[in-house]
Design a protein around this ligand. Structure first.
Ligand code: FES
Ligand code: FE
Length: 457
């Protein structure tokens, strides 16, 4: 009906705009767009929900979101990971009201139906009187996602049966995951609880920014330089490069040895820890990349982003690398809940990990010096999107930085852009978004070159 016609028209405008480096502003806050994103993007792709280190033992669970739905991520009594919809099959009440815990069963607070931690229906009060015996445990079990896969501890799930295996789906981005998260056999662990806070900005503002926007750093984050927290903030975008794997999965790299000091190879992990990395599974390009221009920031479409950067735990001290991931959790049109997790390699000593954690919180915690800069400017975008003036005028945003040639000698997957200017990663993000949004019913197709069309522009 009207809705489909609106979306068709919008997608045509986005496509026509992208070819000229323009984007209709309303995509950042609109009821119809938001609803379609929930239906077309968050139900059909691999979505990150939790890290295995958050549920190490049988019975452990955390409460998370998959699009708009709350889901319980459990490690069941047989050790398997399940992603269960947090709604009772009887009349739909929410079953779990704890952010995390350990439980072999979940009991609904309304009439008391009980489910096992693998989702099976397990019982109900007054069973014989009310039902004359037990119900079918599978038929009346909690809804569960058909697909769950783990990559370096990161749990991804999909509501679609038709997604390719995670590694295949991620393509070059999985190669990047190996280089970022696969440096030690003990893996990484989440530090403390994920922070979560509401931001009146669209989830795509965060995802797009982390995919390739180093340009904003010298302006939006200037206070970090003026306060001497990171003196070189002005030069951060000049030593940045882009790793673009198509499909909206892109990473920014930084020549940290040049930006900070030659000893800041491999994100600035101190040499005694670097020696303990096991690089035997990496290829030459990965090793050269993490040594000289490590990926520092990145986005996996749709709403998972990564960040590892050296910062001082206390202003004036030697910078240490912190690793955080953030989830741009859609809540409503132009509103997201921002989840900030910090992780670190499990083999590192607690004292060092504590420093990394502090450095991360100082910069990118909810009150962090960088985080506040970003969320403040993104909120303006959502307002622009619903501005009657902009809407009446059909305002389009500017994505026309002059495109630098790609590096033809790059041996890794995807494209390597020696400079981050050119906004190619942002364009790739929007082409992927467009592909998902325009494709209302069709089966998923991935690795379509159309998503990476910008690289050749
Ligand atoms: Fe859950 Fe009735 S709604 S037991
Ligand atoms: Fe920023």
């Amino acid at each position: 009906g009207d809705r489909d016609a609106f979306l068709d028209n919008l997608c045509q405008r986005v496509e026509a705009g992208m070819d000229q480096g323009l984007l209709p502003v309303e995509v950042f806050r609109d009821d119809t767009v938001f609803r379609a994103e929930m239906e077309r993007i968050f139900t059909r792709n691999w979505i990150f929900v939790a890290h295995t280190s958050e549920i190490p033992n049988k019975g452990d669970f955390v409460l998370r979101r998959l699009g708009l739905d709350k889901v319980i991520i459990t490690r069941d009594n047989s050790g398997e990971i399940n992603v269960l919809l947090n709604h009772c099959r009887h009349r739909g009440s929410e079953i779990c009201h704890h952010d995390k815990g350990n439980a072999s069963t979940f009991k609904c607070p309304y009439h008391g139906w009980v489910y096992r931690n693998n989702g099976d229906w397990a019982g109900a009060p007054h069973l014989d009187d009310a039902y004359g015996g037990p119900l079918d445990k599978k038929e009346w079990g909690l809804l569960r996602t058909p697909r769950v896969e783990v990559l370096h501890g990161f749990i991804f799930t999909s509501l679609s049966d038709n997604v390719p295996p995670l590694r295949e789906y991620l393509g070059g981005a999985a190669w990047m995951f190996d280089a970022i998260f696969g440096l030690h056999p003990d893996g990484m662990r989440v530090l403390k609880e994920p922070e979560r806070f509401i931001v009146k900005a669209d989830w795509k503002s965060g995802a797009e920014n982390f995919s390739g926007d180093a340009y904003h750093v010298s302006t939006a984050h200037l206070s970090a330089s003026l306060s001497n927290f990171i003196p070189a903030v002005n030069e951060v975008s000049s030593v940045a490069c882009a790793y673009d794997f198509g499909n909206g999965n892109s990473f920014i790299g930084h020549d940290l040895p040049k930006l900070i000091h030659p000893m800041f190879e491999m994100w600035g992990y101190p040499p005694e820890f670097r020696e303990q990395f096991d690089l035997s599974g990496l290829d030459e390009t990965q090793i050269e990349m993490i040594t000289n221009k490590p990926p520092t920031i990145g986005t996996i479409f749709p709403n998972f982003s990564y960040l590892r950067f050296p910062q001082p735990a206390v202003p004036g001290e030697m910078p240490v690398p912190f690793t955080s991931i953030r989830v741009w959790q859609p809540v409503a049109p132009g509103v997201m809940e921002l989840w900030n997790y910090e992780l670190e390699y499990a083999f590192l000593p607690d004292e060092f990990i504590e420093k990394c954690y502090l450095a991360g919180q100082f910069g990118f915690g909810s009150g962090g010096i960088f985080e506040q800069d970003d969320t403040a400017v993104w909120e303006g975008i959502a307002k622009a999107a619903s501005s009657p003036w902009n809407r009446a005028k059909g305002t389009q945003l500017h994505y026309q930085q002059k495109r630098e040639p790609i590096d033809e000698t790059w041996k890794g997957p995807g494209n390597f852009h020696p400079s981050v200017y050119g906004e190619s990663s942002q364009e790739a993000f929007w082409r992927r978004w467009l592909k998902e949004m325009a494709d209302g019913k069709a089966e998923r197709i991935i690795r379509d070159d159309a998503c990476n069309k910008g690289a050749q522009r």
